[in-house]
Design a protein around this ligand. Structure first.
Ligand code: ADP
Length: 166
């Protein structure tokens, strides 16, 4: 049986097979969770990311975790919220789908997600949570070999939103 967990805190501290980075299209580092991940993983991560040629919104690319406890980092680019009529929901769902696709490809059994797009990209928290939970449940139903999905909540709004939807 797969499990879904909610934890409060910093995603860089988690000892899981993969953590997800809410990156930007360049994949060359930014603020928020991206900045935190690069600063803990170390400069080799940036070197690796330079060879990936960026990432389209909704897609995902994988690197080593370097100095993180996590073995891999899955970099995905969430949509910037522009009012809701610019395929924001679909693109956010694509992020989760593409991250899950990589778990299968790399034999990842445990994965932790931040609340993609809900920071600088301003996606409304409840809407983003609903998409994250829906895509996760859908995937786990068909792929019970993924053992654990952790939603990492960095602030109280995100935490209570996940509590509410799960
Ligand atoms: P985006 O550009 O996709 O909005 P952000 O990094 O600005 O990405 O924010 C995404 C979410 O990640 C926000 O909910 C933010 O509070 C959270 N966050 C920021 N730092 C961390 C961290 N170290 N661990 C987990 N979540 C984090």
């Amino acid at each position: 049986m797969s499990s879904i967990e909610i934890v409060e805190g910093d995603i860089t501290k988690l000892d899981v097979d993969a953590i997800v980075n809410a990156a930007n299209n360049s994949l060359l580092g930014g603020g928020g969770v991206d900045g935190a991940i690069h600063s803990v993983a170390g400069p080799e991560l940036l070197e690796d990311c330079r060879n990936l040629n960026g990432c389209e919104t909704g897609e995902a690319k994988i690197t080593d975790g370097y100095n993180l406890p996590a073995k891999y980092i899955i970099h995905t680019v969430g949509p910037v919220w522009k009012g809701g009529n610019n395929k924001e929901d679909e693109l956010l769902a694509e992020c989760y789908k593409n991250c899950f696709r990589l778990t299968e490809e790399y034999g990842i059994k445990t994965i932790a997600f931040p609340a993609i797009s809900t920071g600088v990209y301003r996606f409304p928290v409840d809407g983003a949570t609903q998409i994250a939970v829906q895509e996760t449940k859908k995937y786990l139903k068909e792929h019970p070999n993924l053992e654990k999905v952790i939603f990492v909540c960095f602030n109280d709004e995100v935490y209570s939103s996940y509590k509410n939807y799960l």
